[in-house]
Design a protein around this ligand. Structure first.
Ligand code: GRF
Length: 325
């Protein structure tokens, strides 16, 4: 179970939506809701849903971020979702949760982002500009307002008879789908899926010896620079599998290993099969070097199997003719 916290200052429809999206399941849980506005409607809604709420005045947000971080750490919060949070977030909090704070913004960032661009101001500006598209964006929070890498973005049409209110309602609808999606992506990037144990690891365990392949570091979101310039709308979204698929998988030689085991020498053939099988598991763990090594070893054991097979058969035939077998 991964705990997340929601920071909100307003109505809290996104905060409520996150609780409904996650808290009935067993993977992600909204554990806490923090606010900078004592009587923000979101607080009552969250309490009704059984979520712990905490209010910190703006002076604490500004001057004592450690008090806030202590609360987050005490509840083992891994990801923070800003859902209509209108208070400036101190650098200490941004840095402590680098790459793990998401903000939802009611426009197609980088358009209509930055200071003063929130809520109704955004929708008014979009309509006054005569834009035919608007939308919502979830991005990673950095120390520059609304400028961190985009995680998910979705468009809505702006129709000629749209008002700021009708546009806001449409944008809210897409927010309810993209915010949970972005949270899930971020949580998934913190905990890579458990991979099947590699053959080398299994053998090392059986033999009671350490496998010399160093453990892979947990996939983390790429560290974000302290400041981040405005990004074009079509940024790539975070994808933890990307690094795996950038290089082609080395050859496994599995077919040759099996052929050598059947036709030539069995024992080295089996060793070749073990190495062949570990090529793909290492590759999908992101251990490119290990995959290449396993591929080379498979090749070597195929050759050994072939050579031993030829030698054995060469000796066996004359000896069997001579009646010794
Ligand atoms: C949303 O439109 C969000 O994009 C912006 O603030 C609004 C919050 O709405 N950051 P709600 O309080 O979740 O209803």
């Amino acid at each position: 179970m991964t705990n997340i916290a929601v920071f909100a200052s307003g109505n809290g429809s996104n905060a409520v939506n996150l609780v409904k999206a996650f808290n009935a399941g067993n993977r992600i849980r909204v554990a806490l809701c923090l606010t900078d506005r004592e009587n923000a409607p979101v607080m009552e809604k969250m309490r009704e849903l059984g979520i712990d709420t905490l209010y910190f005045p703006r002076s604490v947000w500004k001057e004592d971020p450690k008090a806030i971080l202590d609360e987050l750490h005490a509840r083992d919060v891994k990801v923070i979702a800003l859902a209509g949070f209108l208070c400036f977030l101190s650098e200490d909090i941004v840095n402590a949760y680098e790459g793990r704070i998401l903000n939802i913004h009611p426009s197609l960032l980088p358009a209509y982002g930055g200071r003063g661009m929130h809520g109704a101001n955004v929708h008014k500006a979009v309509i006054e500009a005569g834009d035919t598209k608007s939308g919502a964006t979830v991005h990673v929070v950095t120390n520059e307002i609304d400028a961190g890498p985009i995680v998910v973005q979705k468009e809505v049409d702006v129709l000629p008879d749209d008002t700021p209110e009708s546009l806001e309602a449409k944008v809210h609808e897409v927010e309810y789908s993209i915010f949970p999606e972005a949270v899930m992506k971020t949580v998934a990037s913190l905990t890579p899926p458990a991979m099947p144990k590699s053959v080398d690891d299994a053998w090392a365990e059986v033999l009671g010896v350490p496998n010399n392949v160093p453990p892979q570091p947990a996939a983390q979101p790429a560290p974000q620079p302290a400041t981040y310039s405005a990004q074009p709308a079509a940024q790539p979204t975070m994808n933890i599998a990307q690094h795996i698929t950038q290089d082609a998988m080395p050859p496994t030689y599995l077919v040759w290993s099996v052929v050598m085991t059947i036709l030539c020498c069995t024992v080295p053939g089996i060793v070749a099969i073990i190495y062949s099988a570990s090529v793909s598991s290492k590759f999908y763990q992101g251990d490119m070097e290990g995959a290449r090594r396993a591929s080379r070893n498979a090749e070597i054991w195929i050759i050994i199997s072939f050579v031993l097979g030829v030698i054995t058969n060469t000796l066996y035939i004359p000896l069997s003719i001579a009646g010794l077998f």
